[in-house]
Ligand binder design. Structure first.
Ligand code: ATP
Length: 486
């Protein structure tokens, strides 16, 4: 029936028009790569976060959640390697003064080439990146005559590293050296988990293997921030560090690789839109790493990272803090018949961006539909087919008219349902217009109270995805919706 199409620019304006996402400080012309979530967006984001939190901390007996501060002692970032290594290779165009991330510049050029040539160029780039060969990268850009999008020239600086961490001043103590009061805004939530490893292990009497989960803001001064909320300067991560016995990390890495893909499918992402991508170049802390990629409207891109982080972080925190961060394992090692004893655990990390997951959900949900009605006339709608369990509003309660006692029945239904799930009440406009507005914000169920309700206590329930309607007992509404969203 419906003729559907997806359009990214339309999706962005739809998000604004229907209270999902606004440009930050828009009245001052915005702040690049920073976004605010509106009334519907904040609720959808919370629902996705809640699903993740529940799956991690409630459905796994051996994972607990924490909420660490954004500010951390600056030595944390020395120990984690971020001060020295958290940087991307950049290149500036001398004519336009525009700065590019080298991999983005080459990737964008590769997309304009015939497929085989583009692939060959990417392979050359990956080999050079893996060896930190900056002279080679500059030569690759020049040899391929890759020009700046603004100046159209190939007049490039050398390739340089640019640290992505934001700095700010902490406290009000005057000092001649500004670095004395300097703190970073955390570029990942993971370090808040590592520095609390012993606190949680001891107070929670946790036995290895176990995990610590956390959601929260992270900040990166991304050079090229683009594609809407895909790459932001302030964003939210949902990370889980799973602490394991050294030597078992490969097994747990494979476990979490499967587990996380299955979780994405459980919130409605089709399996064929997800794939694994093994990292060619490993980060400074990893012995294995892969991305779970999603097919975004602009191509396959990273949604979540699964990293086998070895004992790198805990060992470095031991070294820099001069405090022992170890675990005593009293399980018996069959090889020696003695307890495994003291060791620094290995870590397998799952790290997903909440905003990227939001973009995944909303881009899958967005549909522009057109169809021909039985009388031959054309009709259309824009609908967000968000899975009911994460939709911001579950049920719209709509009295057909503002009189004849219908609003009172609707208000009683509101009072019955709203302690259990998010409902929306509206009596303005024709019922058709009200249905279209609910389609546009992705409300899966609408209930209309009409004159027949007064006679036989039944209502019309209308389903967003099929637009079909049926008559059900007023008394069954709450149960039906609860059944569909659980
Ligand atoms: P990318 O290669 O896209 O820059 P990354 O490999 O640096 O990402 P990680 O450090 O592994 O990302 O971070 C884990 C997750 O955090 C990513 O999979 C992504 O979902 C999210 N993320 C990272 N950077 C951003 C950002 N700037 N905006 C939104 N989400 C982000």
């Amino acid at each position: 029936m419906a003729n559907e199409q997806n359009n990214f620019a339309e999706l962005i304006s739809h998000c604004k028009e229907y209270g999902y996402i606004f440009q930050s400080s828009e009245i001052y012309d915005g702040l690049a790569a920073v976004y605010d979530y509106g009334q519907n967006g904040a609720q959808l984001k919370k629902n996705i976060r809640d699903q993740w939190w529940k799956s991690m901390t409630q459905l796994h007996d051996n994972i607990v959640g924490i909420d660490a501060a954004i500010f951390m002692h600056p030595t944390t970032w020395k120990a984690s390697g971020h001060v020295d290594n958290f940087s991307d290779p950049m290149i500036d165009n001398k004519d336009s003064k525009k700065r590019y991330r080298v991999d983005h510049l080459i990737e964008a050029h590769a997309e304009t080439l015939p497929e085989a040539d583009g692939k060959a160029l990417i392979e050359q780039m990956e080999a050079l990146l893996a060896n930190d060969d900056y002279l080679g990268l500059k030569a690759l850009i020049e040899d391929n005559k890759i020009a700046c999008g603004i100046s159209k020239t190939c007049n490039w600086t050398d390739v340089r590293q640019f640290n992505l961490m934001f700095k700010t001043e902490f406290g009000a103590v005057a000092s001649d050296n500004p670095d004395d009061n300097m703190v970073y805004l955390r570029p990942e939530t993971a370090q808040g988990i590592f520095v609390n490893f012993l606190n949680v292990q001891k107070t929670g009497r946790m036995k290895i293997p176990f995990g610590i989960a956390q959601t929260g803001k992270a900040f990166r001064n991304e050079i090229v921030a683009r594609q809407f909320i895909f790459r932001m300067r302030e964003f939210e991560q949902m990370e889980m560090q799973f602490f394991v016995r050294p030597g078992t990390q490969k097994e747990w890495y494979n476990f979490w690789k499967e587990e996380r893909k299955k979780w994405h499918e459980s919130i409605g992402i089709p399996a064929e839109k997800l794939r694994y991508h093994d990292h060619a170049k490993l980060a400074h802390y990893a012995d294995a790493a892969l991305d779970i990629e999603f097919e975004f409207p602009f191509g396959w891109k990273e949604l979540e990272g699964i990293h086998s982080r070895t004992d790198f972080d805990l060992k470095n925190h031991e070294k820099y803090s001069k405090k022992k961060i170890q675990y005593f394992d009293n399980d018996i090692d069959p090889a020696t018949n003695k307890p495994y004893g003291n060791y620094v655990p290995y870590v397998v990390e799952t790290s997903v961006g909440l905003d990227r997951l939001f973009l995944t959900v909303i881009s899958l949900a967005y549909a522009e539909e057109k169809w021909t009605k039985e009388d031959g006339t054309e009709d259309s709608r824009v609908v967000l087919r968000i899975p009911p369990k994460i939709a911001p509003t579950k049920l719209a309660i709509l009295p057909l008219t503002k009189k004849d006692g219908l609003p009172e029945i609707a208000e009683a239904l509101m009072a019955e349902c709203k302690p259990h799930f998010h409902c929306f009440y509206e009596e303005k406009d024709t019922i058709g217009k009200r249905y279209r507005r609910m389609d546009a914000i992705g409300t899966p169920f609408c209930v209309t109270i009409d004159h027949q309700t007064k006679e036989d206590n039944t209502v019309t329930i209308r389903y967003r995805d099929t637009m079909t309607q049926e008559r059900i007992a007023l008394a069954d509404v709450k149960k039906l919706v609860l059944g569909k969203i659980s």
